[in-house]
Ligand binder design. Structure first.
Ligand SMILES: [Cu+2]
Length: 314
């Protein structure tokens, strides 16, 4: 009999699933065995059959049995767990590295050629290493189909690696509750054959061609990609940060080191708010939540964002 086996989504699927199945098998065996024994005892030792209970005081055989058997079982579970886990820490030298940055509340992936995306693109059948960086709080990168999960700890370099085994799109999300918009840290991994991946990788025009000529369209794309909208609404509602509706050109109260002043929202102010968010704090909002986007956004990008802000400020 021949059949085409569907390849695993990653090289770790087998190890993790095997250990899961072994543990589940043991659990299932005991569930049945204990339940059956209990039911049997209920009948076998009921009052009419066994009016006087027998007390057992010490039994070396029993003591040995219930020490040795569970120990062996736990060792079996450990063995399969370890065999599944160990290769996750052994990265091949030629792995394709992608910087994976988690911040409140989006993911950003940076490739060696400078390309940045909010969706993870990876080549099929090739080792990929993700360097995990948390900019603010704990996050955790989880790709269920790949059987991979790793916490991101601010100030500590973590990594994760894998070999994607099947073309397609898989869920990727944060599984460490990281605040109000934690649920927006959800995106996907796209696995492409090497030739398609290469074409995608060298194509730096992609973001531009996606955009229509509508004013501010590129700016909107930039704020979506950078996760600004997790904290800033476009419709006037208050989220973690102030809404952008009617923002551009308005006069508002900001405080800088406790000094309150009136400020007109112009391009210099917007640029400063994005590069040094903890300088001027808008009245009614908290310091320390927005991090600087100095490494993510150029002044040109911010120019596009301002063009977009103008479209919702008229
Ligand atoms: Cu998170």
């Amino acid at each position: 009999m021949t059949f085409n086996k569907i390849p695993d989504a990653s090289n770790f699927v087998k190890g993790v699933d095997t250990s899961f199945e072994v543990i589940l098998g043991i659990i299932f065996f005991f569930l049945i065995a204990i339940t059956v024994t209990m039911i049997y005892f209920v009948f076998r030792y009921r009052k009419e059959k066994n009016p006087k209970a027998t007390q057992i005081h010490g039994s070396v055989t029993l003591e040995i049995l219930w020490t040795v058997i569970p120990t062996l079982l736990v060792m079996v579970m450990f063995y399969y767990g370890w065999m599944g886990y160990k290769p996750m820490k052994e990265v091949p030298d030629d792995a394709f590295e992608i910087k994976s940055i988690g911040r409140m509340w989006n993911w950003q992936f940076e490739y060696e050629n400078g390309k940045k995306t909010d969706t993870l693109y990876v080549p099929l059948d090739r080792a990929v290493k993700l360097d995990l960086i948390a900019l603010d709080v704990l996050h955790s990168l989880y790709i269920p189909s790949f059987r991979l999960k790793q916490d991101l700890v601010p100030g500590k370099e973590q990594m994760m690696w894998f070999i994607p085994g099947r073309e397609g799109e898989y869920d990727l999300f944060c599984t460490e509750y990281c605040g109000l918009q934690h649920s927006s840290m959800q995106t996907s991994v796209i696995v492409m054959p090497q030739d398609k991946f290469d074409a995608w990788y060298v194509d730096t025009t992609k973001t531009v061609t996606l955009i229509s000529d509508r004013p501010g369209a590129l700016g909107l794309r930039i704020v979506q990609k950078n996760g600004c909208l997790a904290c800033h609404s476009l419709d006037g509602s208050k989220l973690v940060g102030p809404t952008w509706k009617g923002l551009y050109g308005k006069t508002e109260i900001v405080s800088n080191k406790g000094q309150k002043r009136e400020q007109i929202v112009d391009s210099t102010y917007v640029i400063n708010s994005i590069y040094n968010p903890n300088d001027d704090i808008v009245e009614g909002y908290s310091k320390g939540l927005m991090l600087s986007y100095r490494n993510e956004l150029t002044e040109e990008d911010i120019g596009e964002i301002i063009e977009f802000m103008k479209t919702i400020s008229e």
